[in-house]
Ligand binder design. Structure first.
Ligand SMILES: *Cc1c(COP(=O)(O)O)cnc(C)c1O
Length: 386
């Protein structure tokens, strides 16, 4: 029935699923960790429901909604984004070679640097967004997985997904895309040739900064890698909790509204920031002169997302001091890590990443939320004015 509905309709109505007993329009929270067998024949009461480490109605509904939005055949949910990433890499055969872009979400790169060797994985890092560097990093026949994130933290560097997929496939590797920032609202990477898509559902999919969750989706659930990921989750146990899945379904009912609002406001703020004399540089793929603009305009529909970064010049003080002073003058935008919630957040990445960070010292990362854009601009403009 739901096959022909558009992704926003699927998400808003949670696949039109309702409570069976009383017709409640909101499906309930199903916390059971185990399921009864029938006394007469010892068969399961409901086929497919044995034990909560693999089987939960709330988790399955959330997975079906995400798969529906991505045009995917399967989805697996994990209790955080990084546990999904770790599970995927742990599902590769030991000895596999993987090619990974050299910047991106800090936790992803750090996890690979700290753990890949111990898992018997060989990692080649390539320059983010650089297709020639990606091609050089591939070992045809040996590379199992290519990992990209687009637009990528912290400069929102864009990678051409279709071109990256062609390169990966020419080496018989699979392409995985961290599409957290694009969300399924703005891009469906599987339709562009990607084999796997990852979301930190903690961010836009849930959208309310009250659930940690990670999702993997694919169009090829029969492949050994996906089957290994299912087995890895089932045997090691990182499945999303039932209550978190219930909250995630609730959050996803408005993901299209929230993401369109965040994108529209980010576009306005990026344009005004780039025209402001106290701002040195703005990084946002929606700006016509951004290096990723043309590719983003082709592979994203309906906006360029809610994430932007801008740099303030140091002048007589350091860039870091200037950036932190700007943050100290904000009254509305909240200084905090993370992104994708309805509340706007700002972060000084260099402070958070520590002394070895390569992020420009004057760079502030802004997650644009759903507040009135003129209030956000007034807050930024007052802080920039000093
Ligand atoms: C947050 C995030 C992750 C990690 O997800 P968690 O839910 O925090 O574990 C990975 N990639 C991107 C782009 C993210 O924003």
């Amino acid at each position: 029935m739901a096959d022909h509905w558009r992704p926003d309709t699927l998400a808003v109505q949670a696949l039109h699923r309702m409570e069976e007993g009383d017709g409640g329009v909101i499906p309930g929270w199903r916390p059971a960790t185990t399921f009864a067998r029938r006394t007469q024949d010892y068969e399961m009461t409901a086929p497919g429901f044995v034990y909560g480490r693999a089987d939960n109605t709330n988790v399955r509904l959330a997975e079906e909604i995400i798969a529906g939005m991505e045009g995917a055949r399967a989805c697996l949910l994990f209790p955080s984004g990084l546990s999904a990433i770790a599970s995927l890499f742990r599902s590769l055969p030991a000895g596999s070679h993987v090619a990974v872009q050299d910047t991106g979400y800090f936790g992803t790169i750090k996890w690979l640097k700290d753990n890949a060797r111990r898992l018997g994985l060989e990692v080649s890092f390539f320059a983010t967004g650089d297709l020639a560097a990606l091609r050089d990093a591939l070992k045809p026949g040996e590379t199992a997985l290519v990992w990209i994130e687009t637009p990528a933290n912290p400069l929102w560097t864009v990678t051409d997904i279709a071109a990256a997929a062609r390169l990966a496939h020419s080496a018989r590797a699979r392409l995985a895309v961290d599409a957290t920032v694009m969300t399924p609202v703005l891009c469906q990477p599987l339709a562009l040739g990607a084999d796997l898509v990852f979301h930190s559902a903690t961010k836009y999919l849930n959208g309310h900064s009250d659930v940690l969750a990670g999702a993997l989706v694919t169009n090829a659930p029969e492949t050994p890698l996906w089957q290994a990921a299912i087995a890895e989750r089932h045997s090691s146990g990182p499945i999303l909790g039932a209550f978190e899945a219930w909250l995630l379904v609730r959050g996803m009912r408005t993901v299209h509204l929230r993401v369109r609002q965040a994108s529209a406001s980010a576009q306005v703020l990026a344009e005004r920031l780039s025209a402001h004399p106290a701002v040195e540089k703005v990084r946002y793929p929606g700006l016509a002169d951004d290096p990723g603009h043309v590719v983003s305009a082709q592979q994203m529909q309906g906006g360029f997302g809610g994430m932007l970064s801008f740099e303030v010049p140091g002048g007589r003080e350091s860039g870091a001091a200037a950036a932190l002073r700007l943050v100290s003058r904000l009254r509305l935008i909240v200084p905090a890590t993370s992104l994708g919630g309805v509340e706007s957040l700002i972060e000084h990445r260099a402070t958070v990443e520590g002394p070895h960070s390569d992020v420009p010292k004057g760079l502030l990362r802004l997650s644009v939320g759903a507040e009135a854009v003129e209030d956000l601009w007034a807050d930024l403009a007052a802080a920039l004015a000093g």
